[in-house]
Each structure stands twice: as C-alpha cells, then as structure tokens.
Write a new protein. Structure first.
Length: 94
C-alpha cells in the first residue's frame, strides 16, 4: 500500500456527450431530490467525489483518455441539478 501524500496534481478531462441541455427530472431523480431536500433542506450542494490513486506505471494521458470516454458516454456523470421556476431540473453538460 502506498502512503498518501499531501500534494495532488489537478488534471482536466475534456469530453463531449451526445445529448446536452436542461431536462425535467426522471422519477428516480425526483425520489432522490425529495429525500435530500427532506434531510438537508438548506443545503445547496451535494457533491460526491473520490480521489483515485493510480499505480505508478499508469500514464496520465491514458488515464485522462479513459475518463473522457466515460464522461462522454454517461450523462449522469455530467449532470447537475437546480431549481428553475420552482421545479428541480437536470442540466447535462457538454
């Protein structure tokens, strides 16, 4: 096991998905919205993140390329949610 370090490099993955725009929530998203709103009604953000430690021989361009493909393929990974005209909506980034 590799001991964690205190400094990290930030790298950006460039991606483009097939569908972008603002849409109504699905039934499952409504359920999550209601649950989160009831537990933390004054919280504006719910962010989930993970710091990934790669084994030493992984090349950064190769890892970013895989992340770009993943983000382009899965809308849920590039969606954000907010209230517009009193209704929650999802915004899928391009």
């Amino acid at each position: 096991m590799v001991a964690p370090t205190t400094s990290y490099s930030v790298c950006w993955a460039r991606f483009q998905g097939a569908r972008t725009g603002v849409y109504s929530l699905t039934w499952a998203q409504w359920g999550m919205w209601d649950l989160i709103s009831s537990k933390a009604p004054d919280d504006a953000y719910l962010n989930l993140y993970e710091i990934v430690h790669f084994p030493e021989p992984v090349a950064l361009p190769k890892a970013l390329g895989a992340l770009e493909v993943l983000l382009g393929r899965h809308e849920a990974l590039r969606s954000r949610y907010y209230v517009r005209q009193s209704e929650p909506v999802q915004h899928i980034s391009d």
